[in-house]
Design a protein around this ligand. Structure first.
Ligand SMILES: NC(=O)c1ccc[n+]([C@@H]2O[C@H](COP(=O)([O-])OP(=O)(O)OC[C@H]3O[C@@H](n4cnc5c(N)ncnc54)[C@H](OP(=O)(O)O)[C@@H]3O)[C@@H](O)[C@H]2O)c1
Length: 253
């Protein structure tokens, strides 16, 4: 009687930080439909429970959920320790934009914007990066923003935090490239999500979370370094960056 060897393939898994973000929800679906198990981390565990049931039923995958607040760095160690295993891909979708005028006047809000987009993501990603470096593999995806490419009066507080995050990801990539750890910087233009709800967005240049998720998935597979999504934003930001400062400072942007 022939011996049939059954190899049970272990599914890959992905950790999504800020899993309740609209873009992150699309990312979770994209990975689910591609047969990845999911580890979702977000502030509100009750909402995560509902999201995880839907994903399990839809894609027949394992979905683990964890409460996670990026501003509570005293809890990072416990959070990482509690993971059943550290997934080899981490995607950070955490962000908070606030309202520029309020951010200019209210130091608590300003601090929240800076810590949520810069300090927090950098701290938790650094912890995971050390693990990936030691094990010799892993993928780190940071969702930054085109807002970090040049400071504009309409959103420079959020933008400056994203600029710092983009620079961090660049340095991390430079450090870990030789350690077989892939770092992907994602620079979305405008995207229809709850973050931009109520804002007047340029229709032809504004994307949807599903498109961003699909671009991120493809870019991880192709081991890309930096992506603009939509691609047209690369050109837009190139032009914006080329405008001389003496002209730029007078523009209403
Ligand atoms: N939408 C755009 O046009 C656009 C453009 C460029 C870049 N981005 C970036 O894309 C990423 C995803 O944003 P989005 O558009 O999908 O907006 P979103 O739905 O508002 O997502 C932001 C997520 O960050 C989470 N978050 C905020 N503070 C947190 C904290 N202290 N700890 C843990 N999670 C926290 C929020 O949690 P709650 O759901 O619990 O509030 C929310 O789920 C962000 O990094 C954003 O800056 C967005």
């Amino acid at each position: 009687m022939p011996i049939i060897a059954i190899r049970i393939m272990k599914k890959h898994s992905v950790l999504i930080l800020g899993a309740q973000s609209d873009i992150a929800k699309s990312i979770a679906k994209k990975f689910g439909e591609n047969n990845y198990n999911l580890v979702l981390a977000a502030k509100n565990i009750d909402e995560l429970k509902i999201q995880s049931i839907d994903l399990k039923v839809r894609y027949n995958i394992v979905v683990d959920i964890y409460e996670f607040d990026v501003l509570k760095n005293e809890n990072y160690e416990k959070f990482i320790k509690n993971l059943k295993e550290v997934p080899s891909i981490v995607i950070c979708a955490i962000g908070f934009m606030g309202e520029q005028k309020e951010n200019e006047r209210n130091s608590d809000l300003r601090t929240k914007v800076l810590r949520t987009n810069y300090e927090g993501p950098i701290n938790i990603i650094s912890e995971l990066a050390n693990i990936y470096e030691n094990q010799g593999y892993g993928t780190i995806v940071g969702i930054s923003s085109v807002a970090g490419d040049r400071g504009r009066s309409s959103n420079y507080i959020y933008g400056s935090a994203k600029a710092g995050f983009t620079t961090f990801l660049s340095g991390l990539r430079n450090r870990l490239a030789k350690k077989n750890v892939h770092v992907l910087t994602v620079l979305p233009g405008t995207v229809y999500t709850k973050m931009t709800l109520g804002l007047k967005l340029p229709k032809i240049f504004t994307s949807y979370p599903d498109k961003v998720a699909s671009d991120i998935f493809k870019s991880i597979m192709k081991k890309k370094n930096i992506i603009y999504t939509m691609g047209i934003w690369r050109l837009i930001m190139m032009i914006i960056k080329l405008i001389p400062e003496r002209i730029f400072k007078k523009l209403k942007l």
